[in-house]
Design a protein around this ligand. Structure first.
Ligand code: MN9
Length: 293
């Protein structure tokens, strides 16, 4: 039985100059994160830039990650898209490839009704034996759920729980206390400790790619009741996140990995990449806190 608690890195995707996945660099990142103590990976999420990729590319990326992981840690496949049929197709692939669960952002752009969104999620959850994690990220999807709606959405047996990327600890506490058997993940890394305090079972985040060991440490200290020590580590993470946000979070994360000697390339367009000044800022403000390997 896969372990769904703890720290899950939302994997970045390294691209070569001609837009292909750089498998060597991805392998190195996966090894770095396993060594740092993550419980698993959240694959093909927003951080992986899947909304700038074709479905064939998304499937190939899922397979590459599964091949590198070789069953070592828990794998969650994000299969979200606007079209229900596409999500179902990607979920079936994830199941065939041996993933442990699927997840999906709410269908976006068209302003679907809540009933339409429920039917969308039920189709994904029914498509395979894998359980589904609802990905709530209102700032990006434009879809706003109440705590009651999220709770209703994840209540069924074929739902594992919720990934919540929203600055609302009240909502986290409400959903988790009403559904204690479900797994709730914190989504904004800058509030990981706050999310744990509100009832989260772990976190899924993009800045984990660079510093997973810090989040592993926060959760360990939290479990030991050492809140002051945990907050001190969270503070270091937040200083780093503040700097990353100045240059663009994903572009900044890739630039940090490039500075560590990974061949991580740049984000897909329309994202712009880091210029010289951005690299200098990261060298100054972020690199002193990042562990080389
Ligand atoms: O869900 C990530 N969300 C987005 C996870 O990228 C939209 C987070 O890890 C953020 O990147 C991070 C920085 O704000 O918390």
């Amino acid at each position: 039985m896969a372990n769904f608690n703890g720290v899950f890195t939302a994997l970045l995707t390294p691209f070569t100059a001609d837009g292909k996945v750089n498998e060597k660099a991805l392998e190195r990142l996966i090894e770095r994160n396993i060594k740092a103590g993550v419980n698993g990976f959240y694959c093909n999420g927003s951080t992986a830039e899947v909304f700038m990729m074709t479905n064939d590319q998304r499937k190939a990326l899922m397979q590459t990650i599964a091949d590198i992981n070789k069953g070592r840690v828990t794998l969650i496949a994000h299969v979200g898209a606007v079209s229900t049929d596409e999500c179902v197709d990607l979920a079936k692939c994830a199941n065939d490839m041996g993933y442990d669960a699927v997840s999906a952002v709410a269908p976006f752009y068209y302003k679907f009704s809540y009933d339409e969104i429920v039917a969308h999620y039920n189709a994904i959850a029914a498509a395979t034996p894998l359980k589904c994690i609802v990905y709530n990220i209102p700032a990006f999807s434009g879809v706003n759920f109440s705590a009651q709606q999220l709770g209703d959405l994840i209540a069924g047996d074929n739902f594992l729980g919720l990934k919540n990327t929203a600055l609302d600890c009240f909502l986290i506490e409400t959903v988790k206390s009403h559904h204690p058997d479900k797994v709730v993940y914190n989504g904004y890394d800058e509030m990981f400790l706050s999310g744990l305090a509100a009832g989260c079972d772990g976190g899924i985040g993009s800045t984990y790619n660079l510093m997973a060991e810090k989040y592993v440490e926060i959760q360990k200290l939290f479990n030991e009741g050492k809140m002051k020590e945990a907050l001190a580590v969270q503070h270091v993470c937040n200083e780093i996140i503040t700097s990353l946000c100045k240059v663009g979070v994903m572009a900044g994360e890739k630039a940090v990995l490039n500075l560590l000697g990974y061949d991580f390339g740049e984000c897909r367009k329309p994202y712009k990449s880091c210029d010289k000044e951005a690299y200098a800022l990261l060298e100054r403000e972020v690199m002193p806190y990042i562990i080389a390997d």
